[in-house]
Write a protein that binds this ligand. Sequence first.
Ligand code: AMP
Length: 214
Amino acid sequence: MRIVLFGPPGSGKGTQASLLKDKFGAAHISTGDTLREAVRNQTEVGLKAKSYMEKGELVPDQVVIAIAKEKLASVGDRGFILDGFPRTIAQAEALDVALAEIEKPLDAVVNLQVDDGELVRRLGGRRVCPGCGEPYHVDTKKPQVEGKCDKCGGDLVHRADDQAEAIRNRLKVYNFQTAPVLGYYESKGILKNIEAVGDIAEIQKTIAEALAQA
Ligand code: AMP
């Protein structure tokens, strides 16, 4: 299975990617997670990316394309789930070229649809474990011990880009720069639109059914 999980910030890409990864044994490639790790480790890429990320802007194409290619090269014969990449037409084109070279085209692009009001609610209440990436929510997915990750015991954080002003900017960036990528995949006939509001397990089931027809 080779898929892209697409959708605005807060649409549940990370949550659904993690479930799909377990189900299909595919690699989960999140450019956001890779960039956050680079920022934490203060690598050259991390230092370049930090200010864009904190403001909710896109990191330049050449930086993220290089990251995605490196990750894809390490996947081997397993399938992959791309989460948060591509986010621009230039990234989508670069991905097509890279996959054509290794003769492994995409099977499907799954678009998680959620309205803006719900996205703001989800992102504003989101807390995340910086250690293992597990997401939580102050209302809908509380950890067993307040402020601590159920999986690894790490201290949960409120990401800088989940603060109100950055959220507004991320949604604007999504609508202007990222949403046009949907047309690119629609014209290739591989786009699957999924209503991504409600029970996480139900959404996962709908995605699996859509993929079975891909
Ligand atoms: P995410 O966790 O996927 O929401 O990504 C967090 C932040 O990382 C985004 O707001 C961007 O600043 C940056 N980022 C992640 N993936 C990309 C991408 N494909 N293109 C540009 N910037 C990205």
